[in-house]
Design a protein around this ligand. Sequence first.
Ligand SMILES: [Zn+2]
Ligand SMILES: [Zn+2]
Length: 282
Amino acid sequence: MLTTVTAGPYTIRGASVAGIQTSLLVRELGALFDVGFAARSLAGAEHVFLSHGHADHCGALVSLLGMRGLMRMPPPRLFLPAELADSVRGALELFSRGQRYELQINAEPMLPGDERELRPDLHVRAFRTHHTGPSLGYQFFTRVPKLKPQYIDLPGREIAVRRKRGDDLFDYEERLELAYATDTLLRVIDTMPSLLDTRVLILECTFLDERKSLTASNAGGHVHLDELLERASSFRNEALVLMHFSQMYPPAEVHQILARRCPPELHKRIVVLAPNSGPWPG
Ligand SMILES: [Zn+2]
Ligand SMILES: [Zn+2]
């Protein structure tokens, strides 16, 4: 039922259909993006990231926490738009009361630009997306130490001595590893231009041809392939993972349309998050 794809060094497992359900696990980051459905194989993620409050993106949170309780797992760190924190806490309280078992989270309410450490070598930054209510995307990065230019010619021994002494020897360079942007206008690549240079970009592309007009697509706060193709040469990502397709396109057709419409230079870097054949899952 779930699709597994590889994008750069990352494995992405899950399913995403617009208005129906979106849950994607990136194993290497211990990150689950949205909880539109709960599945045993996704429930172990250390960190959960909610993009916004629509039911197809967060409606299965209660089920996910129930599964984690059964597996005796600790509460997940749950990153979500700050505006939603009270509603989510309130909903979990009501469900906890109903089932007489507490559904616990470690909530991390986020505002655009907020950063958090996930592991000593991994950080996340929230960014504004453009949808119909409060919504966020998430960008993951590492910080790599680089010797400051004035120290580059120092011998290794001397660097070790100064390091021990606590001298400030390094600048830190960010490596943009992966970003998740769903339920957004394509304008997100202008308001967060570093998405175009992030190694792997997971981006929604809900509508793919004339069966939905660009105007109607944008009115719902979604990306249309027409506008993405106009910007094709701006995407410098190693992999561009497209997802959140409308159910009006059967999965096999999604693959066909993208193969037909995308220029080869872009198409070879596109990873389609949809089954190769058959119906949409669920
Ligand atoms: Zn959606
Ligand atoms: Zn939505």
